[in-house]
Every structure is written in C-alpha cells, then in structure tokens.
Design a protein around this ligand. Structure first.
Ligand SMILES: *Cc1c(COP(=O)(O)O)cnc(C)c1O
Length: 282
C-alpha cells in the first residue's frame, strides 16, 4: 500500500484523487518510472530521470520538469511520508482534458504524479526465482516505459497462475525480456541479452549489469537468443530496479540450474559494490 502523501503537479498533498478525464486513466497516455529508495536516497536518480525524459520525448509529452527541482520535491515527499527504504512510483501523463484520442489542442499542462511505498526490498534481491514462457503480445515500442501494460499484465498473470515469479516473453521463439524485467543468459562464459531495440525496455539495472560485466572482464553479447538457447543456457537471470539480479532456476518446470551460477554471483557482488558507492555519494 502507498504511503499517505502523494505528489501532484508540484504539490505534496494527501489528496490522491484523479479526474475521470485524466488521459493516463482513459488512454494510458503517459509513462512511468520506479526508483528504489534506500536510506532516504533515490538510487540512480540521474539514470531514471534521463529515461523519463526519453519516454516523454518519444510520445511528445512536454514534461517541463527540472531535474534538481523535481528531485528536491520527491525528497520532500519521502520526508513527509517518513519513507527511507522502499520505492517511488512516478507517473507522467498528457494531463486532464475532454476525451478525444488526438492530443489536446492547444497542448496544455501534463499530469505529474508520484507516491512512495515503504518496504524492505532487501530480502527479495538475489532470491532465486522461477519463470514461465509467454508470447510477447505487446506493441512495437517496448522501449517506451508506457502506462499501457496489458501485455505485461496478462503475461505476469500466466506466471502467477503457474506459481512462478516472472514470465519470460518471446516473439515466435526469440526471447525479448521479462514482463517487467530484462532477461540474461550465460553460456560458455558469455553473458547474453537482447539488444536495446524497440522490442525491449532498456532497464537501468540492465545497463548497470553490462557495466559491471565490462569491469569484470566478462564477455557480453547484446544479441537476441532463442527459447532453445534459453533452456540450454548455463545460467539465466533477470534484472529490475526493486529486484536487482535474480537467478532463474527453472522455466516451465524445467530445471536450468540447481543453484545461482558463478557469473550471476560475480555480477551480484559487483552490484552490491555499485550500490555502496551510490549510497555514499549523495
Ligand atoms: C521497468 C522495466 C524493466 C526494468 O527496468 P529497470 O530500470 O531495471 O527497473 C524491464 N522491462 C520492462 C518491460 C520494464 O517495464
């Protein structure tokens, strides 16, 4: 459950009501971000803000946000909610206007919202997970962190019904990513993941993992792989902000490995180091 105070268009308030003609509500006409909060700090804020800007630009929303001002307002929200460990959810929409699919003319103010959830994610990081395969029925601009999540919702439900933690999506046998995570395999020492194209959301955690791999001298292939390659991989894991690097031990009931693999563990250690650095900095 969210904490009491929310952020709406520059104001921290307890009033969380949204109008029926909010375009995010009616059309999913907007984008979002999830940022982890640790010791009252917004982890990797710069990277998340950069992606927020990219998502807005891709759907022509003029957000008008200044990075430092916005960060200060989110910090105020964290303080008001006494939220020091958990996450901030940010949603940015084209605003509230009479219903019409086309953009409002003249274009007006967007809707900017945020709330926090106090929660200790620490016991979830790196926890081994299970997955199912699901068809990737999403649209062709998965690089935008859009509010339109039906494709992901249906896939995740399939995982939930199978008692699995995540759904690994594929387009006709080519693995793209997870329903809300990026998927990596390790084969013969090589780390492989789908390239950052229109078919996946390029995660902040994904980028951090690629950076750690480079630092550790682990060879990387940013190249799509098939479901057969997935099943014959030595190691499989997924990444996302509140879950970090989670080993996938089985897919559709087939065992991939009985314990987290050595490359996965090197990357998890590297992630801990990066986090410690991030916590000391700001
Ligand atoms: C948010 C998201 C991710 C993970 O991104 P992070 O920045 O690492 O949290 C991966 N895939 C999809 C589809 C997402 O929405």
């Amino acid at each position: 459950m969210r904490d009491k105070f929310i952020y709406r268009n520059g104001v921290v308030t307890e009033d969380g009501k949204v109008d029926l003609e909010e375009r995010g509500f009616q059309f999913g006409d907007g984008i979002y971000e999830v940022i982890e909060v640790r010791e009252g700090k917004l982890l990797f804020f710069a990277q998340h803000f950069a992606r927020l800007k990219r998502s807005c630009a891709a759907i022509q929303i003029e957000h008008g946000l200044q990075e430092e001002t916005f960060k200060a307002q989110l910090k105020e929200l964290l303080t008001k909610n006494s939220c020091d460990d958990g996450m901030v959810y940010i949603q940015l929409t084209r605003g509230t206007y009479p219903r019409d699919h086309a953009f409002p003319q003249p274009s007006g103010a967007p809707g900017v919202y945020a709330y926090t959830v106090q929660k200790d994610f620490a016991n979830m990081w790196s926890l081994p997970a299970t997955a199912v395969l699901a068809d990737d029925i999403r649209w062709l601009r998965c690089d935008i962190k859009s509010l339109n999540l039906l494709g992901s919702v249906l896939a995740k439900q399939k995982a939930a019904e199978a008692g699995a933690d995540e759904a690994i999506l594929h387009r006709e046998g080519i693995v793209t990513e997870g329903s809300s995570t990026n998927v990596f395999i390790v084969k013969n020492g090589y780390l492989q993941t789908h390239p950052a194209s229109h078919l996946i959301l390029s995660g902040v955690t994904r980028s951090l993992v690629l950076k750690i791999a480079a630092d550790e001298g682990i060879p990387v292939l940013e190249k799509a792989f098939t479901t057969e390659e997935l099943f014959s991989a030595d190691e499989v894991f997924f990444t996302a902000t509140t879950q970090r690097i989670r080993p996938i031990l089985s897919i559709d009931g087939t065992t991939i490995s009985t314990e987290p693999g050595p490359v996965t563990e090197v990357l998890q250690k590297g992630m801990q180091t990066l986090l410690q650095k991030e916590l000391q900095e700001r």
